[in-house]
Design a binder for this molecule. Structure first.
Ligand SMILES: Cc1cc2nc3c(=O)[nH]c(=O)nc-3n(C[C@H](O)[C@H](O)[C@H](O)COP(=O)(O)OP(=O)(O)OC[C@H]3O[C@@H](n4cnc5c(N)ncnc54)[C@H](O)[C@@H]3O)c2cc1C
Length: 415
């Protein structure tokens, strides 16, 4: 089957959803394709992994998002190939779709940097399924360790000291320190340990030094063992080997060590640059490929000052809005505008009541409780859907005031 659409958007993440819904508002027909029937909010996956939030707090059905956008057609399908010259998209079902304008917003995937055993034995936190799998494994290991007090200690290892690694380490350490004593026993809590490993000598490289130091101090306060300045050479089912030849016994390893473009980009013929991402022009289209835009985590974008833009939700979202404007201009035969990114800065949660933030282009620095409140406000604003926002706020209040976790993990059956 071959069907033609004015615009096809591949990927319904921050960038793809913005492009599709904005175009629909302007009366442009769009086919929005994603391998998931839902839009997922990656920045909060670590909270799903540690049972702080539930799946429906961070994932929203695409048909709910687009139900009032009559020009958007949602297709739940895995895209297996893109022909950027012909602007065609082929799905795993064998269907082919052709577009006048093709928008590739398929995000990225974990980069294991060819580390032996990492892909097989570590958990990435890049999708809702990853978060559920990790949480189920954690509960399984806690139950085993509780049932068999002589079985030794439980070690969790986080690989990567960027925002994802720091947020996950903080959340996991607080789960072990505050929730495990109440749900299991103080003895088991004393046998649970979190290690964070990074080959660079400091956490949160993109942040200013005072914020790096704050994050370090805060993680040490909740007993996270920081192994900085040493790389991981192997991940096995029973542990992690480091470049200094030490090993950490662990069956619970999180890989937060970096991202690369997904396979459909690699095989698309589009020009790939840093991280395998597509180098796009200032207007977000791909030079030499008329009618093709690449957005969000799939693209290497530069701002008006020539600075490379980071892989962030706000960059992806704004690129989606901007691309929609340029596509409307294309269809009307008007000139496109170069992407102007409104830099809102970045932030990371370190634990309950503790975060670091560097806001705006001038990087106004915050840490501790004020940064924690700023983090909550920004993430509520970014969440898709009013019910998601209300539920997340209520859950965060409960989490802040108590050691209760209202979410459950469906793990392996024990019969
Ligand atoms: C754990 C984690 C924490 C993060 N924390 C923050 C944060 O605190 N703040 C922040 O600003 N940013 C954060 N980010 C980054 C932010 O989430 C990304 O920059 C953003 O999601 C990129 O949006 P996107 O639309 O480009 O891609 P994505 O959101 O990744 O969406 C890509 C979509 O494409 C679909 N897709 C991919 N391949 C195919 C295919 N072959 N066929 C069909 N569909 C496909 C996927 O299912 C997905 O829905 C975090 C990222 C991660 C992983």
């Amino acid at each position: 089957m071959r069907t033609k659409y004015p615009v096809i958007v591949v990927g319904a993440g921050f960038a793809g959803v913005e492009t599709a819904t904005r175009l629909s508002r302007r009366g442009v027909r769009v086919l929005l394709i994603d391998r998931n029937s839902y839009h997922q909010f990656q920045p909060l996956l670590y909270q799903v992994a540690t049972a702080q939030l539930g799946v429906s707090d961070v994932a929203r059905p695409l048909r709910s998002i687009t139900r009032k956008r009559r020009w958007v057609t949602v297709l739940h399908a895995d895209v297996t190939a893109i022909d950027a010259k012909a602007r065609t998209v082929t799905t795993a079902d064998g269907d082919t779709f052709t577009a006048r304008v093709l928008v590739v917003a398929s995000g990225a995937e974990p980069n294991f940097f060819n580390t032996p055993g990492a892909e097989e034995n570590a958990y990435p936190l890049y999708s809702v399924k990853d978060a559920i799998n990790f949480g189920a494994r954690m509960v399984e290991l806690l139950e085993d360790a509780h049932r068999e007090p002589q079985s030794g200690d439980l070690h969790a290892v986080i690989v990567g000291g960027g925002p994802t690694g720091v947020e996950t380490a903080g959340a996991l350490a607080e789960t072990f320190k505050y929730v495990v004593p109440e749900y299991f026993s103080p003895d088991l809590a004393a046998r649970c340990h979190v290690h964070l490993v990074d080959m660079v000598p400091n956490l949160l490289s993109a942040f200013a030094e005072p914020n790096q130091k704050y994050a370090e101090k805060r993680l040490r306060e909740v007993d996270v063992d920081l192994r900085l300045g040493v790389g991981v050479t192997e991940v096995s089912p029973v542990g992690v080997t480091l470049a200094d030849e030490t090993t950490i016994p662990s069956g619970l390893v999180v890989w937060a060590g970096g991202l690369k473009a997904g396979p459909i980009i690699q095989a698309s013929g589009l020009p790939q640059g840093r991280g395998g991402r597509v180098d796009v022009g200032m207007d977000l289209s791909v030079p030499g490929f008329p009618g093709v835009y690449v957005l969000g985590d799939s693209a290497n974008m530069i701002d008006a000052h020539g600075t490379a833009l980071p892989q962030l939700g706000s960059v992806a979202k704004q690129s989606g809005i901007w691309a929609a404007q340029n596509i409307v201009a294309d269809l009307k035969g008007q000139p496109r505008q170069p992407f102007r990114y409104l830099d809102k800065g970045f932030m990371a949660m370190v634990g309950r009541g503790a975060a670091v933030a560097e806001l705006g282009r001038r990087r106004f620095r915050m840490q501790g409780f004020p940064a924690f409140i700023a983090w909550l406000a920004v993430h509520v604003a970014l969440l898709s859907g009013w019910w998601q926002k209300v539920r997340a706020i209520l859950t965060w209040v409960q989490d802040y005031l108590s050691n209760e976790r209202s979410q459950v993990f469906i793990g392996t059956d024990r019969r």
